[in-house]
Ligand binder design. Sequence first.
Ligand code: CUA
Length: 335
Amino acid sequence: MRARGETAAARLGLIGVAVLLTAMLAGCGSGALHPTGRGATDTADLFGIMAIGATLIWVLVIGLAIYGARARPVQDPEGLSRWLIVGGGIAFPAVVLGGLLTYALTMMADLRAPADGGLRISVTGEQWWWRVRYWSEGAERPVESANEVRLPAGRRVELELASADVIHSFWIAPLGGKVDMIPGRINRLVLEPTETGTFRGVCAEYCGTSHALMAFGVQVMEPDAFEAWLQREAETAAEPEQKTASAGRDAFLAAGCGACHTVRGTPATGVIGPDLTHVGRRLTLAAGILPNDVDAFVRWIAAAEEVKPGARMPAFGALGHEDLNAIAVYLESLQ
Ligand code: CUA
């Protein structure tokens, strides 16, 4: 009997080690464990404390199991059981969970500290892309962009998160926690990036066919560089200088792209799809899934549905290679 008990305990121990190692390896390289923002750092610290605590408690329980399998029967088994239940089943969890709760509650105050003000960013999740608007204090209208979020380092910025259709979830793992985007309401998230760099944000809530193809680039910049970028982002689109780009603009307008897209400074004023005024200098195309170059533009315009199943962007393959290429060159020139 004793041998069987020991084998069972040992097997349990091995399974525990395997599960723990898998969980740790799965976390390797993921942004949440390499935080570069205040909220994410707090969360990572909490995770670290819980992981270490769980490991210690697990070692203790397995140790007790092995000891229980090997120990001789005691004289007063009921007394021992009562002690184990009261001590290990009530007192110990109450102390541990109470401590964790207190720690987490003190953390909440830090996470909920108000934004610095001066800049608000509203992000709306749509199937399957992100509408992004920068509201500077005193400005009459926002600066509209899409599929990327730029933030100044060292400042607490408030994000207003909304949805145009179904529930999405906004998550920049290295910077902060995920927050759902719920139709009909606005959820708020304050992010404070502590380092400059390029990150990837994702949609963390299943929202339909192309949920996994709904990402966005995140660029944390020095405050001065951010202000300069935002000022340029507010400008209207540059006139195409090159012949192909100019032909591309004509083809873009003739094909009716302006019914869905805006290119500020041109007759294209559609609001159904992403604003393309400065699309050429974005980090990615098609919401985080294609590189930003002429080939990717051609691929996307010719057959968006193949790149992103279910996307509302129609296929314009019938335009022919010359027009497609010209439109791609034009859009890429929108810096
Ligand atoms: Cu949007 Cu998943």
